[in-house]
Design a binder for this molecule. Structure first.
Ligand SMILES: C[S@@+](CC[C@H](N)C(=O)[O-])C[C@H]1O[C@@H](n2cnc3c(N)ncnc32)[C@H](O)[C@@H]1O
Length: 219
């Protein structure tokens, strides 16, 4: 099986096949996703989510790859949030969380590589641990640049490939297995992809060595 990496110029059939595979993977792991991440969520992810969302001002916000809705408790009060995901089963869990917490969010089933929103529809966009899974990451990032108004903010929390002699190639070697079992790619060059998508990188903060980064960009 071919694992599409994050460059453009792929055949439509390949993109469609990889997108369908990604959707099927997340539909499959949706019932156990929160359990799988329970420990790391408490250990680190919650703090990083807070770190990101504390910077997002109230406005029209797009969250892509909402998953089971782990960011929902962090949405700024009074913000108008639209959140999308490729997997209906992940979305169903996000809806349940929003209902339980009585937080209003417009949840939609959509592919970030082909957003159904008009240009400049949002003030800001957020994604946490998403562009490791999007088949053509650059295409998804370009779409963020299109739907966020000019000079609007884009925040990404992502684990990335560590560009070091031994660990980088090791991550490349292990990647096909991790993708198949868990879903995400562990060797994405997301900062580079953000630049390739034509977004302007303002700040990149290392949250866990060089592995986890908080990226702030402008459309
Ligand atoms: C690792 S999970 C992260 C979920 C959530 N953001 C979090 O922080 O827990 C990745 C999510 O991205 C979604 N996803 C992957 N490719 C996507 C695409 N092309 N369009 C929209 N969502 C996508 C998956 O369905 C999954 O819910």
């Amino acid at each position: 099986m071919m694992f599409i990496q994050e460059s453009v110029g792929f055949r439509k059939e390949d993109i469609e096949r990889e997108t369908a595979t990604t959707k099927a993977r997340y539909d499959r792991i949706a019932p156990i996703y929160d359990l799988m991440e329970w420990f790391i969520e408490r250990l680190a992810f919650q703090d990083w989510r807070w770190e990101l969302w504390s910077r997002v001002p109230v406005g029209r916000i797009l969250e892509v790859g909402v998953g089971t809705g782990k960011n929902i408790p962090f949405y700024p009060k009074g913000a108008q949030v639209t959140a999308i995901d490729l997997s209906e089963r992940m979305l169903a869990r996000a809806q349940r969380r929003a209902d339980e917490m009585n937080i209003e969010v417009d949840l939609r089933h959509m592919d970030v590589q082909d957003l159904e929103f008009p240009d400049d529809a949002f003030d800001a966009a957020v994604a946490t641990f998403v562009f490791c899974s999007v088949p053509i990451a650059v295409q998804g990032l370009r779409e963020l640049g299109r739907v966020v108004k000019p000079d609007g903010n884009i925040w990404l929390l992502e684990h990335v490939r560590v560009n070091r002699p031994v660990i980088g190639p090791l991550m490349d070697a292990l990647n096909p297995i991790v993708v198949r079992v868990m879903g995400p790619n562990i060797n994405r060059r997301t900062v580079e992809n953000v630049k390739r998508a034509g977004l302007r990188v303002l700040q990149v903060e290392n949250l866990k060595g060089e592995l986890v980064k908080l990226i702030h960009a402008h459309s």
